[in-house]
Design a protein around this ligand. Structure first.
Ligand SMILES: [Mn+2]
Length: 330
């Protein structure tokens, strides 16, 4: 979909529905709020939806309390923007309702995107969906105010690991420079989103680290936690974000994996890698993501079985990539 087609579509409709994915991250939340803000300035009736709780740390963002959790409300014609979702399943229980409304615009940056929209704006070179939203704002000549800017900053800083990941480009930093010129305070965002955490998080991390295993043959390290443990500390699943990096960042380790066993009997698996494409490994189990950050859900299997299944698949992938070589972890 090019910018004229988008402009035509926006001119035609007054009702705007913006949806983003379950277990929303900074890119999902920031992109949705920024896009909602600028479309409201255009006089549109905007409603924003997410199939799940918005983590507390995002509460300081303008509009964060406006997320609705039941979709569709009362379907009336409009445009449904689906943000930061590689496929409709990422919308969890909202995915069915989306099909009832025409004009789905799929805005995303995942390489695994299924182009499920009636219109697709998918740019896999963008570090974050927030970068694409920024581009649309400029192309449509919409006003970029402080509110939208801080939301886009959170989106981009989240998906680039605060500008540390390989997806950070010159363009990423040019966009970010513009956001700072709008008054965004990077120190405030760092403190609110990336640095501070509740007490329960540090307890969970301690528990997770006691499960750390490092493969003897392949450069893989993994940890796991059961939802029971979260309940013990009154913690939420969102607090597990980033734990997987403790496994990945060990010298000599190539792939870090985090297993989260839910009370429903599923295992959610998060992969992070230094250079191997883990989205293809996640894909073996019906998941997806980015080459260096991906995830999947193993249904009907929890505990050691799910771990064994995944670790075997990872070993096999590494073996096929580099037959007859093994890497010793330090
Ligand atoms: Mn993203």
């Amino acid at each position: 979909m090019n910018s004229q087609e988008l402009s035509k579509l926006l001119n035609k409709h007054n009702n705007i529905y913006i949806l983003t994915h379950t277990l929303p991250d900074g890119d999902a939340i920031g992109s949705a709020l920024a896009w909602g803000t600028v479309l409201r300035h255009l006089g549109k009736k905007v409603r924003i939806f997410c199939p799940g709780v918005i983590p507390r740390k995002y509460n300081f963002l303008p509009g964060a309390s406006e997320f609705e959790h039941i979709f569709p409300p009362a379907p009336s014609p409009g445009i449904v923007f689906v943000l930061d979702c590689g496929d409709l399943e990422r919308l969890d229980y909202m995915s069915q309702g989306v099909g009832e409304i025409e004009n789905i615009v799929n805005i995303d940056h995942h390489a695994t995107n299924l182009l499920f929209g009636d219109f697709n704006i998918v740019d896999t070179s963008a570090a974050a969906t927030g970068e694409i939203i920024y581009r649309l704002i400029i192309e449509q000549e919409l006003p970029l105010d402080y509110e939208a800017s801080i939301c886009l900053y959170v989106a981009i800083a989240s998906d680039t690991g605060s500008f540390k990941y390989g997806n950070t480009t010159a363009q990423t930093l040019r966009i970010t420079a513009t956001l700072l010129e709008k008054g965004v305070d990077p120190a405030l965002v760092s403190q609110k989103i990336f640095d501070e955490y509740p007490q329960s998080t540090i307890h969970l991390l301690r528990e997770a680290l006691t499960t750390l295993q490092i493969d003897e043959t392949f450069p893989i390290a993994w940890m796991n936690l059961h939802e029971d443990t979260l309940d013990t500390y009154g913690a939420k699943a969102e607090e597990l974000e980033g734990f997987v990096n403790y496994a990945k960042n060990i010298y000599g380790v190539e792939i870090g994996i985090f297993f989260y066993h839910t009370l429903k009997g599923e295992t959610k698996v998060g992969f992070r890698s230094k250079s191997v494409d883990v989205s293809s490994i996640a894909g073996l189990f019906g998941g997806g993501g980015h080459p260096r950050a991906a995830g999947c859900t193993i249904k009907y299997q929890e505990g050691p079985d799910a771990i064994r299944l995944v670790i075997e698949a990872v070993r096999k992938t590494l073996q096929e990539k580099k037959p007859n070589t093994t890497v010793k972890c330090e």
